[in-house]
Design a protein around this ligand. Structure first.
Ligand SMILES: Cc1cc2nc3c(=O)[nH]c(=O)nc-3n(C[C@H](O)[C@H](O)[C@H](O)COP(=O)(O)OP(=O)(O)OC[C@H]3O[C@@H](n4cnc5c(N)ncnc54)[C@H](O)[C@@H]3O)c2cc1C
Length: 457
């Protein structure tokens, strides 16, 4: 009787999303409630691993092996029950989250007492259907593997192509977006191309072009002008063509059309200047937007992002917290939304976990105030930029700091060692240019819903 009552009284904390925010939140909650029989921790995420995105461009360039930048959630959070599934619907009134079924399994519903929404973001194509259809993206592990295969394929096709225009379009690579993802991808892409080139005797260094297209007047907007300027100069020296104040308007799979953005309309004479770049490969990193599950939800949103109070609780729903890329949080200093970064996602996760614990234990909650610990980006060829402990660092030392900091952030010794060995191996050996033909996207299917209890036959 006693145990039945215990089970009934158990409070369930459900975390949605196994990214930086969700995983950090689970870590904090396990520390507090890991051995508490009254609390049940549950996580749902589409993938059964945490993807270490800052190293994704290095997977695309073949420097790091695919599985080395993922951390299987089950191997680290052993007291959190994990469901690998896609979330279909969140009902904050009924306190139920519904999961999609798959071809092999029916969907289920999970009841919760407390909810943490950490569903991150997806690529934003700003309504350009042709770009969405034809461009490559850099958000998931699948994207990185696909891009690497594409680049190798383009080199293979160009090597034996006699039509000079077609050959040129094989060897032009356009990266849309001059943020973290775009710049790091462009730098790594150039490294891969220059490294792989030696196996393609007809392809010369000057045949290869990487073009970065950015709508803002600077790249890496989170950094100060001096560091961003250094990054631009270094990348330009390496042959990367960076076009600022330029927006992509279409991509049909053969041509990228761009429009020159003039900041002050009085400076412009007539229509904006348009240009066309012939390329078969556009890599789109120009923006993110919260996932559709959030946009479809009953939560109050602005530009798709969940509106939260100072304690990261979702308005109108006490006991529901939202953290990470899917949240709108205005920086009181700049009056602008905080950018989508892993650092902010983890900082929010710590405060949300703390406030959830306070809610359960009836203690005082804490406001979320963000203090940046500095920023870092690598730009290829063992160079980078960093603001670290109040200092501006650029070049080799910034690159070295980047490597040390991000290696230390990989939590398991196993993965840390594997990444470190990949980096060491890369110093001595050429990149592998074998092209793997893989991947098929799974489509969503709707199956009969089963209640969580019914599922246990
Ligand atoms: C290439 C690249 C490089 C980057 N470099 C840096 C960097 O150097 N520094 C930095 O601070 N930030 C960097 N970022 C940004 C950083 O990755 C994000 O800000 C961070 O991942 C946000 O964490 P999150 O937990 O909010 O979202 P995510 O890490 O995206 O996690 C969201 C989780 O929710 C899951 N999910 C989403 N929808 C569903 C659904 N319907 N059902 C089930 N599960 C779902 C996803 O599978 C995922 O596990 C980079 C991003 C990219 C793409």
């Amino acid at each position: 009787m006693k145990s039945a009552r215990l089970v009934r009284n158990k409070k369930k904390i459900l975390i949605l999303g196994g990214g930086f925010a969700g995983v950090e939140c689970a870590r904090q909650l396990e520390k507090e409630f890991g051995n508490d029989p009254e609390i049940e921790l549950v996580m749902v995420s589409e993938d059964n691993f945490l993807l270490f995105t800052p190293m994704l461009p290095q997977v695309a360039s073949g420097m790091i092996e695919t599985r080395h930048i993922v951390l299987p959630i089950r191997t680290v959070w052993k007291q959190t029950k994990f469901y690998e599934s896609r979330i279909k619907n969140i009902d904050p009134y009924g306190k139920i989250v519904t999961l999609w079924g798959t071809g092999d399994k029916r969907g289920i519903s999970i009841h919760y007492d407390f909810l943490v929404v950490a569903l991150g973001s997806q690529t934003n194509f700003f309504g350009m259907a042709d770009v969405e259809k034809n461009a490559y993206t850099m958000k998931t592990l699948n994207d990185a593997v696909m891009l690497r295969n594409r680049v190798i394929d383009m080199l293979e096709q160009a090597e034996n192509e006699t039509n000079p225009i077609l050959r040129k379009s094989f060897l032009n690579f356009v990266v849309a977006g001059g943020g973290f993802a775009g710049i790091e991808t462009a730098g790594e892409l150039m490294d891969l191309l220059l490294d792989a080139r030696k196996y393609y005797p007809t392809i010369h260094k000057e045949d290869l072009r990487v073009i970065v297209i950015e709508a803002l007047p600077m790249i890496l907007p989170g950094f100060n002008e001096k560091l961003a300027g250094f990054a631009k100069e270094k990348m330009t020296d390496r042959g990367i063509d960076i076009r600022l104040k330029t927006a992509i308007t279409s991509f049909d799979g053969n041509e990228v059309t761009t429009k020159n953005l003039v900041q002050n309309p009085e400076d412009s004479v007539g229509e904006p200047i348009t240009d066309v770049v012939r390329t078969k490969t556009l890599i789109w990193t120009a923006g993110v937007t919260p996932v559709n599950t959030i946009k479809r939800s009953m939560f109050k949103t602005e530009k798709g992002k969940v509106i939260v109070n100072d304690y990261l609780e979702v308005s109108d729903f006490p006991g529901v917290f939202a953290i990470g890329d899917c949240v709108l949080h205005i920086d009181p200093e700049t009056q602008r939304p905080l950018p989508p970064t892993a650092q902010i996602a983890e900082a929010q996760a710590k405060i949300a976990a703390k406030n959830l614990i306070s809610l359960i234990k009836n203690s005082k909650k804490e406001k979320f105030v963000y203090h940046s610990k500095g920023q870092m980006a690598i730009i290829g060829k063992r160079s980078g930029i960093a603001t670290f402990l109040g200092m501006n660092i650029s070049g080799f030392w910034a690159w070295l700091i980047w490597r040390n900091v991000y290696l230390s952030k990989i939590t398991t010794f196993d993965k840390k060692t594997r990444v470190f060995l990949d980096w060491v191996i890369d110093l001595f050996f050429d990149r592998d240019i074998s092209r793997l033909k893989i991947m098929k996207r799974e489509t969503e299917k709707e199956y009969k819903l089963l209640d969580e209890v019914d599922d246990v036959w």
